[in-house]
Design a binder for this molecule. Structure first.
Ligand code: ADP
Ligand code: ZN
Length: 213
């Protein structure tokens, strides 16, 4: 199963991708996570990427395309994967299409999670993420049992540097401009499915599972 999750920042793509990864035993591939890991490592790639990420802007297409091309040929991707946060531009989608066509391995479905912009802002400003395992919490709607401590692994939670109001507004604008056109791109290929991203995380997950299996 090769799957793309579309949806604006805060729509819950990452959370749903984590759940899918556990249920179907295929890896979630998040370009955001890969880039943040590169930033942590302090590698040249990370240092370059950080400048864009902190401002809420997109990292260059060729950089993320390069990362994805390397990642999807790893052995754990044999049975499929979930793409979270990639593709994000038409160029990225086209390159992915060409790469997969050359491997005779097409994307099976693209699921778009739709959430109102006001709700996204609330979710993102209150979001706290585990430094260690990536589990996400929310200050008011889904707080951890102990403040700033991950329920799953006990490590410290942090607020992503790009989860502040100004940067969030910018990310949402860029989503509308650069990424939302992918809906039409995949609709034309007959691959697009849409889920309303409000309601509980479990309810959305069961809908998503019905859609993809
Ligand atoms: P969110 O979906 O919440 O904005 P991500 O973790 O997917 O967060 O991405 C964080 C940042 O990483 C983006 O704002 C962007 O700078 C960079 N990034 C991630 N994926 C891509 C991509 N496919 N193309 C370009 N930049 C990306
Ligand atoms: Zn954790």
């Amino acid at each position: 199963m090769r799957l793309i999750l579309l949806g604006p920042p805060g729509s819950g793509k990452g959370t749903q991708a984590n759940l899918l990864q556990d249920k179907f035993n295929i890896p979630k591939i998040s370009t955001g996570d890969i880039l943040r890991a590169a930033v942590e490592e302090g590698a040249e790639l990370g240092q370059q990427a950080k400048k864009f990420m902190d401002k809420g802007e997109l990292v260059a297409d060729e950089v993320v395309i390069g990362l994805i091309k390397k990642r999807i040929v790893e052995p754990d991707c044999e049975a499929g994967y979930i793409l979270d946060g990639f593709p994000r531009t038409i160029v990225q989608a086209e390159k992915l299409g060409e790469t997969l066509a050359a491997m005779s391995k097409d994307i099976d479905s693209v699921v778009d999670l739709e959430v109102e912009p006001e709700e996204l802002l609330v979710r993102l400003t209150g979001r706290r993420t585990c430094k260690n395992c990536g589990t996400m919490f929310h200050q008011t709607s889904h707080p951890p049992k102990v403040e700033d401590v991950c329920d799953e692994c006990g490590e410290e939670l942090y607020q992503r540097p790009d989860d502040n109001k100004e940067t969030i507004v910018k990310r949402l604008e860029i989503y509308d401009r650069e990424t939302a056109p992918l809906k039409e791109f995949y609709r034309k290929q007959g691959k697009l499915k849409t889920i309303q991203g409000f309601g509980g995380m479990d309810q959305i997950f069961s809908e998503l599972c019905k859609m993809v299996s």
